[in-house]
Design a protein around this ligand. Structure first.
Ligand SMILES: [Zn+2]
Length: 416
């Protein structure tokens, strides 16, 4: 039940819409995609815009060593505060909502709370984390806050063109090593809330405005190398071949069975990139390098899947006379959202009378990293047809407003 001590707050729709529209023009190119990759010119313009918006409304601006940008309300470093946010960097040719929505709505929530003059027990911050999307590996900002960044990583990280993180940050007048100082002590954050587009089809198909996230899937990403013998496609009999692609094809055909046997109904496995060598129509592929991305919300299930997939690969390789190597590109542990944060979101949704469901996130987010040092939760709004990481990304305005109001009232409940 809502009592008068818990007023229902509403965002300033016009101001929020203008911010989302303005930010959507920053880094926009002719293909209608947005290019704000971390520490690119687009990112710089986005950062300048956010800093200006923060100072326009009289909130305190702060930038930490990892170049995370914060707006602060009632800042007091001795009281664990409530943080909301996401990221403003994008993949190349991105849509206008992934990440940006969470940052702009967090800023709007702080503006409304500031204007309301309601007395709050806790300080509030709106944050935009650096390099979530992975120009230099991904989740740089949140990992720095969670104390997961190492000097080796900062020194070695580079993008696909070989530009190092160190040099990209120095173009911004920043010293990458300062990221080691962005760490926050465990216990110093009361709660972290991230509003994000779902990037999946569930809410859109069900016609619901809000998703309350219970868990964020963990994942492992491998690069697998099957090595056989490249040979003449005409003169080598079928039973004398070591065809690397045939090995991959057999492995791919086994994924469904391995998931059914060792996974959960929510497990996923994806081979998203394949490179055949030498890659000629009349040559037996002597080598295939491919990626494997596997996700689930349970760490034990992920472990069982990893073991089963390794066994399957080595059996196929042995039978087909192939060598097999694999390297782990990334591993992210699954995360259960914190009960007090989930309850605050539930209460906010109920007080606003919005249509909602509980679900899990199949995509990785900064919230997953911050969950390592603070109670964390996520609010999803629908993605039209589940589309994301493309200019086709779209969410109806009424759902954006519903998400922004849910975030605002959740923050109020956590900070009051
Ligand atoms: Zn995102």
């Amino acid at each position: 039940m809502d009592t008068p001590s818990k007023p229902q707050l509403h965002v300033n729709t016009e101001r929020l819409r203008k911010d989302i529209d303005d930010l959507a023009r920053i880094g926009l190119r002719k293909d209608q995609g947005i290019y704000r990759m971390a520490f690119s010119e687009g990112d710089r313009a986005g950062r300048d815009w956010l800093r200006q918006r923060i100072s326009d409304c009289g909130l305190e601006f702060h930038q930490d060593g990892a170049a995370n940008l914060y707006a602060r309300l009632n800042w007091n470093e001795n009281i664990p505060g409530v943080i909301a946010g996401s990221h403003m960097d994008t993949v190349p040719s991105a849509g206008h909502l992934d990440g940006a929505l969470g940052v702009v709505c967090a800023l709007e929530a702080l503006r409304v709370l500031q204007e309301s003059r309601i007395k709050l027990k806790r300080p509030l911050e709106a944050v935009s984390f650096s390099d979530e999307e992975g120009r230099f590996g991904g989740m740089l900002g949140s990992q720095a806050v969670a104390g997961l960044v190492t000097p080796e990583y900062l020194y070695n990280a580079c993008d696909l063109d070989g530009v190092t993180l160190t040099s990209a940050m120095s173009q911004f007048g920043l010293d990458a090593r300062e990221a080691l100082h962005a760490q926050r002590a465990p216990g110093s954050i009361h709660a972290y809330v991230e509003l994000h587009i779902e990037q999946g089809p569930v809410l859109d198909r069900k016609g619901l405005s809000i998703g309350i996230v219970d868990a964020i899937t963990g994942l492992f990403k491998w690069e697998i190398n099957l090595i056989g013998v490249a040979n003449h496609a005409g003169t080598t009999p079928m039973d004398m071949r070591a065809d690397a692609f045939q090995g991959l094809a057999e492995f791919a055909a086994q994924l469904d069975r391995v998931l059914a046997e060792y996974g959960s109904p929510h497990s996923t496995a994806t081979i998203g990139r394949v490179e055949l060598k030498p890659g000629a129509a009349n040559v037996i592929p002597g080598q295939v390098v491919f990626s494997l991305d596997v996700r689930d919300t349970d760490p034990h299930t992920l472990g069982a899947l990893a073991d089963a997939l390794r066994r399957s690969l080595s059996a196929i390789a042995r039978r087909r006379g192939l060598m097999f190597e694999f390297s782990v590109l990334s591993e992210i542990a699954p995360v259960q959202c914190a009960a007090p944060v989930v309850e605050a979101i539930d209460a906010a949704v109920n007080s606003l009378g919005l249509s909602a469901t509980h679900l899990r996130s199949g995509a990785a987010h900064d919230a997953q990293i911050i969950a390592g040092i603070a109670p964390a939760g996520m609010i999803f709004v629908p993605s039209k047809e589940g589309r994301s990481h493309s200019s086709a990304e779209w969410t109806a305005w009424r759902d954006i407003e519903a998400g922004a109001n849910t975030l605002l009232n959740t923050l109020y409940r956590l900070a009051a």
